[in-house]
Design a protein around this ligand. Structure first.
Ligand SMILES: [Zn+2]
Length: 177
């Protein structure tokens, strides 16, 4: 692990940014680096994954069927979109998107956090109700009582759902004209 401290922060312009680079060697994925920047002064935070070898655009589909599936390892780069189509939920890449190494449980937790924030801040009762229903469903998924599919699409190829049950497809990258 390499750490560079007291770097200039692009957001608050103080020298409180820490750069951290960690090396990983993940079975069935290979060597990769997790790079993260975090400012101690403001909330600026960025992280991303980069693999040592060049990878191709890829789509992963994994069905969460039981509690054991929560332990399946997930690598998500900053370029990846992660979706739970049955619940119409997705996290798209953007300036604030993060790369991370986690597992299915961690991914579900991240979705839950977003919905919980929505539930707590919504003034509209319908939005609150929808959020509560989604949380109930995710809870069932975590208990292994509700099978559900999760997909990761990554044009950079630097993502993976590491299980022999994962369906791996080539991702068609849309040409932007
Ligand atoms: Zn800052």
């Amino acid at each position: 692990m390499e750490v560079l401290k007291k770097q200039p922060c692009p957001l608050c312009h103080t020298n409180n940014l820490n750069l951290i680079e960690e090396d990983y060697d993940i079975p069935y994925f290979g060597k990769c680096y997790l790079m993260s920047m975090k400012c101690e002064n403001c909330d600026y935070k960025v992280s991303d994954i980069e693999s040592e070898e060049q990878k191709n655009p890829v789509k992963y589909t994994f069905e969460i069927k039981n509690k054991k599936d929560l332990n399946v390892r997930v690598v998500k780069s900053g370029q990846a979109s992660i979706k739970i189509p049955a619940l119409k939920m997705s996290v798209e890449p953007g300036p604030a998107s993060e790369g991370y190494i986690s597992n299915i449980e961690g991914v579900l937790q991240k979705f839950k956090k977003v919905i919980e924030a929505e539930r707590d801040s919504a003034e509209d009762d319908d939005i609150k109700k929808t959020a509560k229903n989604l949380l109930k469903k995710l809870w069932k998924v975590e208990l292994g009582e509700m099978p559900i599919k999760i997909t990761i699409e990554d044009p950079s190829g630097n993502s993976a759902i590491i299980s022999d049950k994962t369906v791996v497809e080539k991702l068609k990258v849309k040409n932007s004209i």
